[in-house]
Design a protein around this ligand. Structure first.
Ligand SMILES: [Zn+2]
Length: 217
């Protein structure tokens, strides 16, 4: 049986016409407001709630500024509590389906630290990195976590909170925290869940787009 009629039945695009589409790099930037947002922050991030408050604040600001989806994330160096990077969802403005808050924060941390992995082998535990995300990871971000090298994941709103407003979390394994723990990654859930969920509700009330694999109406 031949390929489905959905694939490959139209005349091919001409070479010259196609060459204009053949990019060799792409850029993914956080919204301009994030520079000011990160200036003069005095928090000491002494507890999980303080770290999550930053991720939730990022998600809320992203909604209010209209610069992407209702999700925020950050990477911290665990022992020093140093903030390494932040991320917000910029899927629609960047035209990148992968530009979730977690992917942005992980990528910015890796490029800032000049390493493709945030994993540091014992005994050098002075640099252990944690991902703080305002909502539990989708299937893509769940997959990215082990590859990123982070040692800990802190989550705010739950996957159910995200699906309740229409987002698709994708084909994630059912017991995803156990899957990460089996790889030595600590997972803590429902930190400031109500605050994180309220941002999702605000996004829905403001009519924010539910982007995903389907084209937006
Ligand atoms: Zn994601």
């Amino acid at each position: 049986m031949g390929p489905s009629a959905r694939f490959g039945t139209l005349a091919p695009v001409g070479f010259e016409e196609n060459r204009a589409l053949l990019n060799t790099c792409f850029r993914a930037c956080l919204p301009a407001w994030t520079s000011d947002f990160l200036q003069d922050r005095q928090e000491d991030f002494s507890c999980d709630e303080a770290k999550m408050a930053l991720a939730v604040e990022l998600s809320r600001r992203n909604v209010l500024e209209g610069t992407g989806g209702p999700f925020g994330a950050a990477i911290f160096e665990s022992h020093s509590r140093r903030l390494i990077s932040v991320g917000v969802n910029v899927v629609v403005p960047t035209r990148l389906s992968i530009a979730h808050a977690e992917i942005m924060a992980l990528s910015l941390a890796q490029t800032a630290l000049d390493t493709h992995t945030l994993h540091v082998s014992a005994p050098d535990v002075s640099k252990v990195y944690e991902l703080v995300t305002s909502c539990e990871p989708c299937a893509m971000c769940f997959g990215a976590i082990p590859w990123s090298g982070v040692s800990r994941v802190l989550c705010g709103a739950t996957s159910e909170d995200a699906t309740a407003i229409g987002f698709d979390e994708g084909p994630k394994v059912e017991d995803w925290p156990s899957a990460l723990r089996a790889r030595g990654i600590e997972v803590t859930q429902e930190i400031l869940r109500a605050e994180a969920r309220s941002v999702l509700d605000t996004y829905r009330e403001r009519g924010g787009p539910i982007y995903g694999g389907q084209l937006l109406e």
